[in-house]
Design a binder for this molecule. Structure first.
Ligand code: ATP
Length: 431
């Protein structure tokens, strides 16, 4: 199938809208440049990704804890971190039509829209500003955080002292970030409001390379095992020294083959002790037993939530002869099971199906469908990635058996009602 085409992207965007994964934001007012809202199914998918990430990187490990910090922080944070001075992209403006572009994204000296002359490039700070409180003057300017990372550094001492973690250990956070991107676009790939899942992993300087390698393989495992991405679509890019961010000594970008090109999905950076040194006058790490006082060094695995969703959708989207299927990992699928009564007008079937539906709902997110014929219901669930469909028919009433149909193989199996939960759980985790 063509993975690299505008047509494929259009199809995915249309599926997202049609089935309630992602809608244009503020649509009834004409939208708001590149803002998107997650609908009922998109929200389930998003929550599944975030929960799985938290489980893998916080709950399953002894060396990780989490925080959930304020979005708006003291502006001194962004001065100390270097963001006020250097978090910018080069901006050019057309002298004729006044359209603005990121200078490093255009390859000619003329305006891509009207071919007019371009002005000199200026640095444009990407932090989104607002005023805190009723007075709109320079003293009340604050920034929406452009990354979740800084709160982890600022809270380092509080977290370390209360959790009593010893090096090496990490702090994770999931939350919104805002960047006044000059050229947002490509659906949810680049937006001005987005969500990140970030880890700051604190270690001793002498161990940074080990930690870097550890996180590189953890990120690979997350992409292929948890998100189920095809490893052929993922590429590691060692960012050249000249392009490294101001705080980084080594960065790897994990790129993904999106339909619109191979672009960054995640990043992994060695941030040295830059951040903690900026925020803390005295070394913030103290290990009384070992008699150590030091500035830990930092490895930062950084994951975009929205780019994860986009990669998952692109990877899972399959067109077959008669159907469109989202081959999502069962753990990611918005609904794990759909329940159908074979016939809508047979009350005993509907009642039994309702009973099974309510029973399954205690453990899974379950869909209900009694419209049209069974074939149509299967295709409708295939398109949103539901891995198992359960049909309640006359055998259910007579023998206590339901028919379970598998999304990927389309095979059907008879399963007794009492084994159903166990059957679904086993299949889900076998995948
Ligand atoms: P890019 O080069 O694409 O602008 P970046 O290198 O500036 O990204 P980071 O600062 O490393 O991105 O941010 C970490 C992660 O946050 C990225 O890998 C990406 O997944 C996500 N991210 C960054 N900017 C955006 C955005 N504008 N919209 C959606 N996700 C984003």
């Amino acid at each position: 199938m063509e993975k690299n085409s505008n047509q494929l992207m259009e199809k995915i965007i249309s599926l997202c809208k049609r089935r309630g994964f992602v809608f244009p934001g503020s649509e009834i007012y004409g939208g708001l440049a590149n803002s998107w809202d997650y609908g009922p199914l998109g929200t389930e998918l998003k929550n599944n990704i975030k929960q799985l990430w938290w489980k893998r990187f916080v709950h399953m490990r002894d060396d990780m804890v989490g925080i959930d910090a304020a979005l708006i922080m003291n502006p001194k944070v962004w001065e100390a971190s270097g963001h006020v001075a250097t978090f910018s992209d080069p901006l050019v403006e057309c002298k004729k039509c006044h359209h603005r572009f990121r200078a490093d994204y255009i390859d000619s000296k003329n305006c891509p829209d009207c071919k007019g002359d371009l002005m000199e490039a200026k640095q444009f700070n990407l932090m989104l500003r607002t005023f805190l409180g009723p007075v709109e003057d320079k003293d009340s300017i604050v920034y929406f955080r452009p990354e979740t990372a800084q709160a982890i550094f600022v809270d380092f001492k509080n977290v370390q002292e209360t959790s009593r973690k010893k090096l090496p250990f990490g702090i994770a956070q999931i939350g919104k970030a805002f960047r006044n991107e000059i050229t947002p676009g490509n659906f949810i790939f680049r937006t001005r409001e987005f969500e990140q899942m970030e880890i700051e992993y604190f270690t001793k300087e002498s161990l940074w390379e080990d930690s870097f390698e550890h996180w590189r393989s953890q990120m690979q495992a997350w992409m292929t095992n948890d998100l189920g991405l095809d490893k052929n679509n993922i590429h590691e890019l060692d960012v050249p020294k000249s392009e490294l961010a101001h705080y980084s000594k080594k960065t790897i970008d994990f790129e993904y083959d999106y339909p619109f090109g191979t672009k960054e999905l995640y990043g992994l950076a060695y941030r040295t002790d830059f951040d903690l040194k900026n925020h803390f006058k005295e070394a913030p790490y103290r290990d009384e037993e070992a008699g150590e006082v030091l500035y830990p060094h930092v490895i930062e695995p950084s994951f975009g939530v929205d780019r994860s969703i986009l990669a998952v959708l692109c990877d899972a989207y399959v067109e077959e002869k008669e159907r469109i299927v989202l081959k999502l990992k069962p753990q990611l699928a918005p609904y794990k099971v759909a329940v159908f009564p074979l016939l809508k007008n047979k009350s005993e079937l509907v009642e039994k199906a309702r009973e099974i539906y309510n029973h399954l709902k205690q453990d899974f997110v379950v869909a209900w469908d009694d419209r049209g014929n069974i074939g149509k219901r299967y295709y409708s669930q295939d398109e949103i990635g539901t891995p198992y469909c359960v049909t309640v028919d006359f055998d259910t009433l007579e023998k206590g058996e339901v028919t379970v149909r598998d999304r990927d193989t389309m095979k059907q199996e008879k399963v007794t009602m009492k084994d159903l939960k166990q059957y679904i759980t086993e299949k889900m985790y076998a995948n």
